[in-house]
Design a protein around this ligand. Structure first.
Ligand code: NDP
Length: 304
């Protein structure tokens, strides 16, 4: 973290005296977020062509879940133009919005808020980020692909809704425990229409229902730590078309190492982070966003 991006708290909002246009990310913990570096680099680049962006700045706030409603009130009163939400706020923030984008409503989670006079307008750009990343890194469209999605938490929700909305050929969700899996399947059934939707519970369950040539998307947190288990044994699947791991730090998880050993196309979640961020910034600025600037800033921030 650079000194230019200190970790702020709610006490910094009363009083708030920043004269420019403010953006922010809220989360807990937030100190490892690379979003401030990525967005502030993009704003500096935008300011070269559009003077109005010279006074825009993206801040970070450490906000515990119990303080989220108060934080959103204070940020709205102080006319923050836009907010990103990360763990643990994406689902909690849905209640209390003035408006919500249909895709975010379907996912039951928001990661982007836009200031409006009546309150916050919520969006979810994670699904867009994933779809763009899968195409960029694996050369695969979610549309028409068989997808094996690992995990049933917040990130999996957005991914599953995006797969169905884009018309995947089939969606199979594998999760460690059945409670979150069943809750997600119940949410998805009305969206699936004729798309085959299946759930598999437990790491030892048979995987015979997974079609050959599926794309595997890891939306579990297994892989964040060095000794985590692989969320699926790739040897048990037939002709995997590609593996996308939403985790980007560490950059090579056990799942990605297994994919590399088997010669399967694979990528980590950095491109998803970049593209969800680019979409958020486009919502706030209403202008074309310098994605490559965001990519190099994100890579630099991760190296620090
Ligand atoms: P949640 O806590 O909501 O969900 C975690 C999921 O991981 C659950 O399905 C949980 O299963 C599963 N899980 C946890 N530990 C294990 C394990 N040891 N073995 C198998 N499954 C496990 O987290 P999120 O959905 O918010 O985030 C998931 C991951 O996605 C994180 O690593 C996050 O960093 C990443 N992410 C990346 C983004 C990007 O832009 N690249 C954007 C958003 C998230 P169970 O239900 O059984 O507990």
């Amino acid at each position: 973290m650079s000194d230019a991006d200190p970790v702020l708290t709610l006490s910094d909002l009363e009083p708030w005296s920043f004269a420019g246009t403010a953006l922010a990310v809220l989360g807990q913990p937030i100190k490892h977020s690379i979003s401030p570096a990525m967005h502030n680099a993009a704003l500096a680049r935008l300011a070269v062509g559009h003077q109005r962006f010279a006074t825009w700045k993206y801040f970070r706030f450490e906000v515990p879940p119990t303080d989220l409603p108060r934080a959103l009130r204070l940020l709205h009163r102080n006319q923050f133009r836009g907010i990103n939400l990360t763990v643990p706020h994406k689902v909690l923030a849905v209640d209390g919005l003035a408006a919500i984008d249909p895709a975010a409503r379907a996912a039951g989670a928001v990661n982007t808020l836009l200031w409006t006079p009546n309150g916050w307008h919520g969006f979810n750009t994670d699904g867009y980020g994933l779809a763009t990343a899968a195409k960029e890194d694996l050369g695969r469209e979610l549309a028409g692909s068989d997808v094996l999605l690992l995990g049933a938490g917040g990130a999996a929700r957005g991914a599953a809704v995006e797969c169905l909305a884009r018309g995947c050929a089939s969606l199979t969700i594998l999760n460690r425990t059945d409670e979150t899996l069943n809750a997600l399947l119940a949410l998805l059934v009305p969206l699936a229409g004729k798309i085959p939707l299946r759930g598999i519970c437990g790491s030892n369950a048979p995987l015979t229902v997974v079609p050959a040539k599926a794309i595997v998307i890891n939306a579990t947190s297994a892989g964040l730590r060095e000794n985590d288990p692989v969320p699926v044994d790739l040897h048990r699947l037939t002709d995997v078309a590609g593996v996308y791991d939403m985790i980007y730090n560490p950059p090579r998880t056990p799942l990605l190492r297994a994919a590399a050993d088997l010669g399967i196309a694979h990528a980590n979640g950095l491109s998803m982070l970049i593209h969800q961020g680019a979409k958020s910034l486009a919502i706030w600025t209403n202008t074309e966003v310098p994605v490559e600037t965001m990519r190099s800033a994100a890579r630099d921030a991760l190296r620090r």
